[in-house]
Design a protein around this ligand. Structure first.
Ligand code: ADP
Length: 241
């Protein structure tokens, strides 16, 4: 059996006395698409930062493709885009992509850049522009482009749709759906249940520091006797009127 892309076991996290994550167990198979959902402050970013070892884990274990997340090399399997992504403002789009390609140790081909810019509906003129001239959506698309160009097997995104207009969102979803055929693994946090429904194999709902649902969007609706994922989600977190 192929090793898991991500395996989180008995993870607990707290900031001072404030417990944020309690006994989180979550595994992601290679090729799976998982949407992590929860109200603001539920702990989604904390979970993602834990995977990246940006926050040290006092208890619990995390493995990325079978390797402890504490090993720097484990992160070579993933490409991460943070929430509210802002590239260094003094770089041009091309400089940023070149810099990231160097860090990711991949060759940057002009044809690949052109293809991904088209896919994300980003004008090629952005390559020459300084990032300080970018709109929020353009900066987000540049970050996404660099993640896709990294050729890493797992994509780890914190609210990837934020700042994207409906057209760009549709384009991104279409691209993610097409990448699924290549065996890519996707783990992302979002508030957009429609996106989870249209691209994810599983929805993981985080509430009060615990995973209160982990299954397919269909199973979520079944379990909570709801006609829509939105209603199922509300019932799951105890808001059903
Ligand atoms: P989400 O991503 O679901 O909105 P976060 O993981 O950002 O949630 O935050 C979870 C909780 O932890 C919130 O109550 C937040 O205020 C708190 N928190 C997040 N980061 C820190 C920090 N660096 N120091 C103290 N508390 C934090």
């Amino acid at each position: 059996m192929a090793e898991l892309a991500l395996n989180i076991k008995q993870l607990n996290q707290h900031y001072g006395k404030h417990a944020v994550l309690t006994d989180i167990n979550l595994s992601v198979e290679q090729g799976e698409y998982i949407g992590l959902v929860g109200i603001n402050g539920a702990g989604k970013t904390t979970l993602i930062k834990s995977v990246l070892d940006f926050i040290s884990t006092k208890t619990g274990e995390i493995e990325i493709f079978g390797q402890s997340h504490r090993e720097t090399s484990s992160r070579q399997s993933l490409s991460f885009l943070p929430e509210k992504f802002l590239p260094p403002y003094y770089l041009t789009g091309k400089d940023f992509l070149s810099y990231m390609a160097e860090l990711n140790q991949v060759e940057l081909e002009q044809a690949d850049i052109e293809e991904i810019f088209k896919v994300l509906d980003l004008e090629l003129s952005a390559l020459k522009k300084s990032v300080r001239q970018y709109s929020k959506g353009m900066a987000q698309k540049l970050g996404l482009a660099s993640c896709f160009l990294s050729q890493r097997p797992m994509l780890l995104f914190d609210e990837p749709m934020s700042g994207l207009d409906p057209k760009a969102r549709a384009y991104l979803k279409r691209h993610l759906n097409s990448l699924k055929e290549t065996g890519k693994t996707l783990f992302f946090s979002t508030h957009l249940l429609a996106d989870v429904e249209s691209i994810c194999d599983r929805i993981v709902i985080l509430h009060n520091g615990e995973i209160c649902f982990n299954g397919s969007p269909y199973e979520c609706c079944e379990q909570f006797h709801a006609e829509s994922l939105e209603y199922a989600y509300l019932k799951c977190i105890g808001v059903d009127d």
